[in-house]
Design a protein around this ligand. Structure first.
Ligand code: DGP
Length: 112
């Protein structure tokens, strides 16, 4: 499968990693939208939030358990926003489920 984030998870495409274990990887976004912008992905290929189901939702729960640690490791100390774009109207450009963690500064009150 030709998926950039699967390749990052396998290590065949390099990334600036914040955190990695056997289930997930967190790395800095190539095109940061805030002072700190990290992406967290499951190593298991799940296309987007639409494809979360009873068989794979444990990976998502695990990501959310780890997000506080990842945010701290990225230097975020005063709150953050978690975003997951899904599908065409959601402007998802990489079709491997990912959570944007943005922070490190006061964010806009608008979300869209
Ligand atoms: P989205 O629009 O929600 O699908 O966000 C995809 C993000 O992925 C976008 O902010 C840019 C980032 N991105 C795309 N390709 C790469 C890559 O090869 N490395 C890194 N670090 N980020 C990437």
């Amino acid at each position: 499968m030709d998926c950039i984030f699967c390749k990052i998870a396998e290590g065949t495409i390099p990334s600036n990693k914040v955190y990695e274990d056997e289930r997930i990887i967190a790395f800095y976004d190539l095109n940061p939208q805030a002072k700190v912008h990290v992406l967290v992905i499951p190593k298991l290929h799940i296309a987007c939030a639409d494809e979360i189901n009873a068989d794979n939702s444990g990976e998502i729960a695990y990501i959310f358990e780890k997000i506080p640690q990842i945010a701290r490791k990225a230097g975020i100390t005063n709150g953050y926003r978690i975003i997951s774009n899904c599908g065409d109207d959601g402007c998802q450009s990489v079709k491997h489920l990912h959570f944007h963690i943005i922070g490190g500064e006061k964010l806009s009150e608008k979300m869209a």
